[in-house]
Design a protein around this ligand. Structure first.
Ligand SMILES: CC(C)=CCC/C(C)=C/COP(=O)(O)O
Length: 294
């Protein structure tokens, strides 16, 4: 009766009965004997020498029995409830309105950014404009701005000039630290179509959120507009430079649109921070005393 061959036939018979009766054999009240027979047969199929009690025990471990839908082994101990799902899994199964809105925004961001990345490769549709985009990249590079500001500070021979330059240096360093912290925290990968051929970058620069060039462009242009007396065309040129630099980051495929948009916002806020903590010979005389020998 419990030969391997008969056990397979027995299972088929049980399933057939269930289907014909309009209910699953596991859940229906008929065919319980078939199910018991099926389990015992299957177990005897695996280990012919196994004891009937062991077979009953293993049958009680089956998923069918765990669900409690069919009393196969009344003597078996009740199974503990499954552990609760981690919270993030629950959120994936039950996304909130905010979650859906955010994922949609990110999907649109990726799609728009990919379409705008027309200079990402030499063979891209605007690939011939890539050298120009890279020139713009250099014009907003942190090394250039830090070295240029430090050099001007060293050369400066007026107290007013030194004050502005010390604060610009402070602003650039603050920007570098905040962007590195955010990049390390958010860890958003650069777009897949980006070619990582940027000159002189930190390890966090493999991440794209926020765009360091965009923060610097917003910070520096706001700084210059506040502290340098310039003719209107030059002021317009500075705003244009910041905007085109941000745009070029997406066209080069370095960033998604949201990286640049947030970068502009952060750079704008950074200037407000620098303005609030403005350094002068009155509040940090030690720094300005460095030039007293001149
Ligand atoms: C090494 C120094 C001083 C600055 C790094 C400048 C840099 C490569 C920033 C990355 O900018 P994006 O985030 O816009 O790509």
């Amino acid at each position: 009766m419990s030969s391997p061959r008969r056990s397979v036939d027995g299972r088929a018979a049980a399933s057939g009965a269930g289907a014909g009766g309009g209910g699953s054999p596991a859940h229906g009240s008929h065919g319980g004997g078939s199910i018991r027979f099926e389990f015992q047969a299957l177990l005897s199929n695996r280990s012919p020498g196994a004891e009937p009690s062991a077979a009953r025990l293993r049958a009680s471990e089956s998923p069918m029995h765990r669900r409690g839908s069919f009393p196969l082994a009344p003597a078996a101990a009740p199974q503990p409830p499954p552990p609760p799902l981690p919270e993030e899994d629950c959120m994936k199964l039950n996304p909130s309105f905010l979650g859906i809105a955010l994922s949609s925004l990110l999907a649109i961001d990726l799609w728009v950014s990919k379409r705008m990345g027309v200079c990402a490769r030499e063979k891209s549709s605007w690939g011939s404009a890539r050298p120009l985009m890279k020139l713009l990249e250099i014009s907003g590079h942190g090394v250039l701005w830090l070295a240029g500001t430090a050099y001007c500070l060293y050369q400066s021979d007026s107290w007013a000039g030194r004050e502005v330059l010390v604060n610009l240096l402070f602003a650039l360093l603050l920007d570098l630290v905040l962007v590195a912290l955010l990049k390390g925290l958010v860890r958003r990968r650069r777009p897949s179509h980006n070619q990582m051929d940027m000159f002189f970058s930190f390890s966090v620069d493999k991440y794209s959120f926020p765009s360091g060039h965009a923060t610097r462009a917003a910070l520096v242009s706001r700084f210059i507009l506040h502290h340098l007396v310039l003719a209107i065309p030059l002021r317009v040129l500075i705003v244009l430079w910041a905007f085109i630099l941000g745009l070029s980051r997406v066209m080069l495929g370095r960033h998604n649109v949201t990286d640049v948009a947030f970068g502009f916002f952060l750079g704008y806020i950074q200037y407000s921070i620098v303005d609030y903590f403005w350094l002068s010979p009155f509040n940090i005389p030690a720094v300005f005393a460095l030039w007293s020998h001149k």
